[in-house]
Design a protein around this ligand. Structure first.
Ligand SMILES: [Zn+2]
Length: 273
């Protein structure tokens, strides 16, 4: 079944992966609908760092987290810098970045935890959300794969951190690649294309295509190949196959909206059971 959109209430929607068992782990990709922010952040903007009114972002976060039966005040979120740092968070990090951008986990593009009821949240507008659930060791992770993070193997590094911290075995771990800007809408220059060609020689031809002498990069595919390469089994990997620019009525798109837009989020939390 893979990825689908599920209506909650009051126009709040959850993008869901059928792979993740609901009883063990809460998760969703948010959409831009059902929030209180005005243009260009309309309406469920979850990013505190994009120029929107903080009080509206806090309201939006409350609406989304409550729809997942999670505590808005417990949300743990990082300052995403398009790097490759992975941070393990614990109960004492609950609430970091939930109300103020200033106290989020600094300089980090992936969070992992084994703490129940600690919601992890990362923000996106075209970049690739990558979600992990280890059902054996009860651990989760979320990564942010823009072109820089993807080129720096953030997906693989997140899985490796879960192996080190929780004993996660790649062949037992479930992983999902969320909505991201699709190849047909994502052109890149020679420099970026060259980096991907150099870093991913085995599948560069599958993630880079040239149309009229312009490079198109498939970020979601690059992350899928990375995950398979890292030992995730094909049957344990789901992909949203959704372009945030084409589906701009549902998602925020930095590229399509000229950089002035909000952020949707990937949220995940282990249930206590
Ligand atoms: Zn598109």
């Amino acid at each position: 079944m893979s990825y689908f959109l599920q209506h909650q209430q009051n126009n709040i929607w959850h993008g869901k992966f059928s792979l993740f068992p609901e009883a063990a782990v809460a998760h969703c990709i948010s959409t831009r609908l059902g929030g209180v922010s005005d243009k260009p952040y309309a309406s469920l903007n979850l990013g505190l760092h994009v120029g929107d009114e903080p009080s509206k972002v806090r309201d939006n976060r409350r609406l989304l987290l409550q729809s997942l039966n999670l505590k808005p005040s417990a949300v743990c979120t990082p300052e995403q810098i398009h790097g490759d740092k992975v941070a393990r968070v614990t109960a004492q990090d609950a609430g970091r970045g939930s109300l103020d951008y200033a106290d989020c986990i600094p300089g980090t593009d992936a969070l992992i935890t084994s703490e129940p009821e600690l919601p992890l949240m990362l923000c996106y507008a075209d970049c690739t959300p990558i979600l992990f659930f280890d059902p054996e060791n009860l651990a989760i992770g979320i990564a942010h794969g823009g072109w820089k993070g993807t080129a720096a193997s953030i997906a693989k590094k997140t899985l490796l951190s879960m192996e080190i911290e929780f004993g996660t075995k790649p062949e037992e771990c479930l992983a999902a690649v969320g909505p991201a800007i699709g190849a047909s809408c994502y052109t890149v220059g020679d420099e970026v294309a060259g980096i991907f060609r150099q870093n991913f020689p085995a599948y560069a031809d599958k993630i880079l295509t040239a149309t009229d002498n312009v490079w198109h990069l498939d970020l979601a595919a690059a992350n899928r190949y990375e995950l398979l390469d890292a030992g995730i089994l094909p049957e344990n990997l789901e992909s949203a196959e959704t372009c945030t620019a084409c589906e701009n009525q549902w998602y925020f798109s930095h590229r399509k909206e000229g950089g002035h837009t909000g952020r949707h989020a990937a949220v995940m939390a282990l249930r206590r059971y």
